[in-house]
Design a binder for this molecule. Structure first.
Ligand code: ADP
Length: 345
């Protein structure tokens, strides 16, 4: 077990791309930290620097109190799980899991103990004699995790480990990874582009854009108190709606303000007509348990979350009410959230 500290970490690739800049982050021992952001934002690069797979261009990286900038990957006591499982096709599951330990000259009995324990934890004990080609994608991913698990590392690094699985299996594996973390209490650093994965797994989440950290916070704070428009739009599905301040004239706000409104904070045909405006339904998405309405509000399209079964139709006119307390205000030029006394809790 170990804490991981990024102190002013910087990565410039030989081609000049600055993939990670000014990266400061302290990950506590045993924490489940998720790094999330769109493709190309630098999250894999950040993780690979912890693994020792990318050279660090600037700053200092500590694992368990030790400065590791120049420590070889195999001496860092970390284990990484990749998106493509990269199993050895000619080896059995058992040997795939045992291979790294054999290379490290771990005693045979100890290898056997670790492989069997990990197999049990991952529910793959029945598969130990099989070759990878006879396994499903989900089973292969478990073997890849087993291979990391047997190393008994101080830190687990996971780079989009579930991206190759279908939606249902992904949800199941998410739950299992969370359980695994609880059981092991080891530090996990998990990289994903999927905000749902980030929100459901992370005890803290780092949101990145263009190599720069935008916000480090708990899932609930990222959702309720995004630091800027980028984070506000990235976290949440359907995404937050953004409107020019003039779209809601009763608010009487200055022009440099952008309003952020979550789809669930739009009241449809509210009994009280204060704080309401007229809108027209442009499109209806029926999802079973709920419905998303795409509404035209004075030329802006916004999405509202509605109860299922109300029978809203395309073309219907309705009034919408928006509680001013639930509106997040952003500065138009910087994109930063405005701290407003009494409005944001
Ligand atoms: P992410 O994991 O968020 O998709 P990456 O860390 O893989 O992003 O990449 C960040 C940026 O660095 C991208 O612009 C990418 O093109 C660039 N990059 C990644 N690897 C290399 C490399 N080996 N050489 C040059 N540029 C790279």
């Amino acid at each position: 077990m170990a804490e991981v500290i990024f102190d002013g970490i910087y990565k410039r690739y030989p081609n000049g791309v600055e993939a990670v800049r000014d990266f400061d982050l302290e990950i506590a021992d045993g924490e489940f930290l998720v790094i999330v952001g769109p493709s190309g934002c630098g999250k894999s690069t950040a993780l690979r620097m912890v693994a020792g797979l990318e050279e660090i261009s600037g700053g200092r990286l500590f694992i368990g109190g030790q400065l590791v900038n120049d420590v070889l990957p195999r001496d860092r006591d970390v284990a990484m799980v990749f998106q493509n499982y990269a199993l050895y096709p000619h080896m059995t599951v058992y040997n795939n899991m045992a291979f790294g330990l054999k290379m490290r000259k771990v005693h045979k009995k100890e290898i056997d103990r670790r492989v069997k324990e990990a197999a049990e934890m991952l529910d793959i004990s029945e598969l130990l004699d099989r070759k990878p080609k006879t396994l499903s994608g989900g089973q292969r991913q478990r073997v890849a995790m087993g291979r990391a698990l047997v190393r008994e590392p101080k830190v687990f690094l996971m780079d989009e480990p579930l991206s190759n699985l279908d939606t249902k299996l992904r949800a199941q594996m998410r739950a299992e990874i969370a359980k695994l973390h609880q059981r092991l209490s080891t530090t996990f650093i998990y990289v994903t582009h999927d905000q749902v994965e980030a929100m459901t797994l992370g005890s803290r989440i780092v949101v990145m854009q263009d190599g720069i950290i935008q916000q480090i916070d708990s899932p609930i704070n990222l959702y309720n108190k995004p630091a800027n428009i980028f984070v506000a739009g990235f976290i949440g599905s359907p995404p937050m709606n953004f409107l020019e301040s003039c779209a809601l004239p009763w608010l009487d706000l200055p022009e440099h303000v952008i309003l952020g409104i979550r789809p669930e904070n739009i009241a449809l045909n509210p009994p009280n007509s204060a704080n309401s405006v007229n809108a027209q339904i442009e499109h209806v998405e029926l999802l079973g348990a709920e419905t998303f309405l795409h509404l035209n509000l004075a030329g802006n399209v916004i999405i509202a979350r509605a109860e299922a079964g109300i029978g809203h139709k395309m073309g219907d006119e309705l009034t919408i009410g928006i509680d001013p307390q639930k509106i997040i205000q952003f500065d138009k030029s910087s994109g930063k959230a405005l701290e407003i006394e009494g409005v944001r809790p």
